[in-house]
Design a binder for this molecule. Structure first.
Ligand code: AGP
Length: 609
């Protein structure tokens, strides 16, 4: 997720570009850049680091000119660096582009363009777009952009600028946001409304496939077939702060609702086109390698640790390799058995958690092979590990981790399936069947998010309880742990998760009349046993809220309420059952008037031991 801006008008472009980017840093902030056309040349200035580093760099030499584009980056392809920062240009410098998204076929296009003599400066997928435009350009700016769009595959919002076409910007989108702000003698382009709201509230919200030709006095929009579109002006009523949250009240809620796209983006490029399996180009492992180690450790903290518990289940179930999961803060102090036959997988959204980084370094020192699953390109953990798999969730701003968790699950699932494909531990038909279910997950998360009213009602009714219990077996227990952590950290309610089978070994003493118990019952293999545990708590007059798969007509007979999630393979159902638990935590915190995005005592990234 990156932030892009464009300006054409009578003012100094750089002023809007820098101001607009500052309002978009929540979309990405590992590097930034602007390109301004001064009537003769295009000046490109870019810098790794926050936008402030770019401002400092150009403070005494602000590019002059009334047309320009800008970008604040959240790296996906190519680590954060000056070279990889946008804008990117072609060989001649005549064409410049900024991009948010992922060009899935960039490698093949890059090879083709290098063959034709194009020289690339960066490791990014985006630079391919600038060289492609140079390659096809025939004097017709819009026509040439259309041809470029025919060739690229993936998700994008793009703004093009060309020395050959002064006074004109072209922008388009596919699966990523893009808005146009309508000014007086000037027009603005941005990923999101916050960048333009201080300039104008009159906007065009672009739709997938639409292309806009923007000058200082006109905005002409057409569709993929070249047909002119008369768009309705959208008058923005939000205030600036609300706009940054996309209209949601808090980043946590926004990020919960971003999960379908975050999961879809994380799956991109990683599913074989014919649906027969998983490709992880970042790994290139083979059977000998996978058979060269006899143990996998998954080490992480907090939510990432909970994702590791699910990952263990996936790898053992699908790849049949022994996995041990450990809290990073415990791991290296118990003198773990590590040698060159060990694979260590660390999971970390921020890539900066000191306990996790320390465990990674210690394991490397003892000879382990290391893989990092992280959301931040170029983070300390990403740089330290031998291999890296990135979740493409985009920046997660809220302290409570939500979209990072679901993208970690999906990546661990794909890793397990990838390993199973190499080792032959699953029939081809089973792998294809699971890939088919995997592809449905983004839409199923959307479906689960489509009706939050019952959850709001539960949260209001039980939000003032001081104790809440979460129970489940197998994968349901792993998700119960995550649900309890979410509720604790944003609503300050004392919530505990227990393996349902453990209740009788002590915890049942705490179950008295009116205590809320969230019971997850989706794992068919242990369903009857879970049901008997639910009856145990009901017999003590607990209030039980069940989480079940659609079609389950049994559970409602034994509990007070049931929240249903769509049917899918029971391996994948944690991607769905966690959603009502995230929402329950969120609305519980709202009920109690808590500071949802910045809970007391907590930090987004714990970089101290
Ligand atoms: C989760 O909601 C918390 N914010 C916290 O447990 C977090 O998951 C943990 O600190 C690990 O962070 P990381 O994924 O950035 O390493």
């Amino acid at each position: 997720m990156c932030g892009i801006v464009g300006y054409v008008g009578k003012g100094r472009a750089a002023d809007f570009l820098l101001d607009g980017l500052s309002k978009l840093e929540y979309r990405g902030y590992d590097s930034a850049g602007i390109a301004v056309y001064d009537g003769t040349n295009v000046h490109i200035e870019k810098s790794v680091g926050r936008l402030s580093a770019l401002r400092e760099k150009i403070a005494d030499n602000m590019p002059e000119g009334s047309m320009g584009i800008g970008h604040t980056r959240w790296a996906t392809h190519g680590r954060p660096s000056d070279r990889n920062a946008h804008p990117h240009s072609d060989c001649s410098g005549d064409f410049v582009v900024v991009h948010n998204g992922i060009i899935e076929n960039y490698l093949s296009l890059k090879e083709e363009l290098i063959e034709k003599g194009h020289n690339f400066q960066s490791e990014t997928d985006t630079e391919v777009v600038a060289h492609l435009l140079e390659d096809v350009y025939n004097g017709d700016f819009l026509g040439s952009v259309r041809e470029v769009l025919q060739r690229i595959e993936g998700s994008y919002s793009l703004v093009f600028m060309s020395k050959k076409n002064p006074g004109t910007l072209i922008c388009t989108k596919q699966d990523n946001p893009l808005v146009i702000g309508l000014g007086e003698g000037e027009n603005f382009i941005a990923s999101d409304i916050p960048a333009i709201i201080s300039k104008t509230r009159k906007t065009f919200i672009m739709a997938d496939g639409e292309i806009a030709v923007v000058t200082q006095d006109s905005v002409n929009i057409s569709n993929r077939r070249g047909e002119k579109i008369d768009k309705k002006i959208f008058e923005v009523s939000w205030n600036a702060e609300a706009a940054e949250k996309g209209g949601y009240e808090h980043f946590m809620l926004k990020e919960i609702h971003e999960q379908p796209k975050a999961v879809k983006d994380t799956m991109r490029e990683r599913i074989i086109k014919d649906g027969s399996g998983i490709i992880l180009n970042e790994l290139n492992w083979d059977k000998d390698f996978l058979q060269s180690f006899n143990k996998i450790y998954i080490v992480a903290c907090g939510t990432a640790y909970h994702a590791g518990l699910v990952g263990k289940y996936y790898i053992e179930k699908l790849a049949r390799i022994l996995v041990e999961v450990d809290l990073a803060s415990e791991f290296r102090y118990r003198d773990p058995i590590i040698d060159e036959k060990t694979l260590l997988i660390v999971i970390s959204q921020s890539g900066e958690t000191s306990d996790t980084l320390a465990a990674l370094k210690e394991s490397k020192r003892r000879g382990a092979k290391t893989l990092a699953v992280t959301n931040v390109v170029g983070s300390s953990i990403a740089r330290e590990a031998e291999w890296v798999l990135y979740t493409w969730a985009g920046p997660e701003i809220a302290v409570a981790s939500t979209k990072a968790y679901t993208t970690q699950l999906i990546l661990m699932f794909m890793l397990a399936l990838y390993m199973a494909g190499i080792l032959g531990t699953q029939e081809k038909e089973r792998i294809a069947e699971l890939v088919g279910e995997l592809k449905k997950i983004p839409a199923q998360i959307s479906e689960t998010l489509s009706d939050v009213e019952p959850i709001k009602t539960f949260a209001k009714r039980y939000g003032f309880n001081e104790d809440v219990f979460y129970i489940g077996r197998s994968l349901d227990y792993s998700v119960a742990l995550e649900g309890a952590l979410k509720l604790k950290e944003v609503s300050y309610i004392h919530a505990e998760a227990y393996a349902a089978g453990e209740l009788k070994h002590g915890t049942l003493a705490l179950i008295v009349e009116g205590v809320p118990v969230i019971a997850l019952a989706t794992q068919r293999s242990v369903y009857e046993k879970t049901l008997s545990n639910i009856k145990e708590v009901k017999a003590r007059d607990a209030v039980v809220i069940g989480i079940a798969a659609e079609g389950d007509e049994e559970l409602i007979k034994y509990v007070d309420h049931v929240m249903y999630v769509p049917q899918t393979d029971e391996l994948l159902i944690p991607l769905l059952t966690v959603v009502p638990l995230q929402l329950l935590a969120y609305y519980g915190a709202i009920t109690r008037g808590c500071d949802v995005d910045k809970p007391r005592n907590l930090a987004k990234s714990v970089t101290v031991e």
